[in-house]
Design a protein around this ligand. Structure first.
Ligand code: BGC
Length: 394
């Protein structure tokens, strides 16, 4: 036990250091300035500006969401496209970690699908058709014989109604859109609400709901191309990826699932331990050849229907980490196999493997695979899906 006198001296020292800081003796002549009141932490904000105008003159709004922890997210109401995500590295230096275009013109066509909400059916539907309740629906084919990401004019090319919001320390934007009955061949008018919420914990949360007036199929995702070293900084082959999946859905030559849920064990698709994206990407494995790299749906290991870890990615140099959690049964890991020739933000030339996508979703072509988790939505039911992109540093 220290004596009362020692304790008293120690208390005096602690108080003096707290009040005056550590000073050299030749500093002490001047009386210390009164301690400045700590600067108030800046507020989290959601600010609306004009991003651009579509060829028909319609205005497209940009919502810039900023939190109190140094993270900033840009979302436009055209396609619900995330145009930027700026997050700190382990030194606190911010970089934009999603690929995209400099202006609206690029996003109007957007062949790689940089950053939008994807629907009515994310990923592929074989031979652009499916049968529901005994009726066959023919869809727009836009990827060889198949329908990809909702067809020729998917939700990525719609102008959504938009409204910013602030709930305490969380800020965001709520988007609403109705896809008419028969659009791209899909039955039923589908009304959707998608909210983007940024928290002070550097988490971007996407919450989707949808209702229909006729039986239909729904599969919604968000198609961000991440590069945790910063967009335009090179390839992502050294990023360390973990996918929480023991199984995946193997594909045929046109990237349609065969229907099997195959084990990842002993294949280049085994990411159950963190592994560099590039470690096995040149493998002769038939699945990797078919995908021209990784372009596969993984069956997330889950025990209930709550948010569950889908994947975790770490960029060793910057220390940036992204964790993706979802209520969805699957996640498409796409290693950006067709990026050559796209000029992105700040004139950056993008190349194959310059990003990775982790698209949370139901399995591709589920309407033609009765054994897969169902994507059917009926009148009176509500579709609900929730995905969180959590950023941190290591
Ligand atoms: C698909 C790829 C496709 C890419 C861009 C991904 O979701 O799985 O096959 O090339 O999107 O459309």
């Amino acid at each position: 036990m220290p004596s009362p006198r020692l304790a008293c001296i120690a208390l005096w020292c602690v108080t003096a250091v707290a009040l005056f800081g550590c000073r050299k003796t030749d500093d002490v002549a001047a009386p210390p300035a009164p301690a400045a009141a700590p600067a108030p932490a800046p507020k989290a904000t959601a600010v609306r500006t004009t991003f651009g105008h579509l060829p028909d003159g319609a205005e497209v709004a940009l919502y810039t969401l900023t939190n109190r922890s140094g993270m900033e997210v840009g979302v436009i109401d055209y396609g619900g496209i995330v145009t930027s995500i700026k997050v700190p590295d382990r030194q606190g230096a911010r970089a934009d970690v999603v690929l995209g275009f400099e202006s609206l013109d690029g996003y109007v066509k957007n062949p790689p699908y940089f950053g939008p909400i994807v629907g009515r059916y994310a990923n592929r539907i074989a031979k652009a058709q499916f049968t529901l309740d005994g009726k066959t629906y023919r869809l727009a084919a836009n990827s060889g014989p198949n329908t990809l990401h909702g067809g020729i004019k998917g939700f990525d090319k719609a102008v959504w109604q938009s409204e910013p919001f602030a709930h305490g320390d969380e800020v965001g934007v709520a988007l609403t859109h109705t896809s008419p009955d028969g659009e791209e061949g899909f039955p039923g008018a589908l009304t959707m609400h998608v909210t983007f919420t940024l928290s002070n914990a550097n988490e971007l949360s996407l919450d989707y709901t949808a209702t229909t007036d006729k039986p239909t199929v729904v599969n919604l995702t968000h198609h961000d191309y991440f590069n945790l070293a910063g967009e335009g900084s090179g390839d992502v082959l050294a990023h360390e990826l973990l996918i929480n999946a023991d199984r995946y859905t193997p594909v045929d030559a046109s990237l349609i699932p065969t229907g099997e849920l195959a084990s990842v064990a002993g294949t280049p698709l085994d990411f159950r331990m963190p592994t560099a994206i590039g470690a096995r990407i040149k493998s002769d494995d038939v699945q990797i050849k078919r995908g021209s790299g990784y372009d596969h749906n993984f069956v997330i290991n889950r025990t209930g229907s709550d948010l569950t870890l889908a994947a975790r990615v770490e960029e060793p140099k910057s220390g940036r980490v992204l964790e993706v959690r979802t209520t969805e049964p699957g996640v498409q890991f796409y290693s950006a196999n067709f990026l050559n020739g796209n000029t992105g933000k700040s004139g950056h030339e993008y190349h194959d493997r310059g990003a990775f996508c982790l698209e949370t979703q139901h399995f591709p072509d589920s309407p033609n695979h009765p054994t897969f988790p169902t994507t059917t939505l009926r009148p009176g039911e509500q579709f609900h899906s929730h995905t969180v992109y959590a950023f941190s540093v290591k």
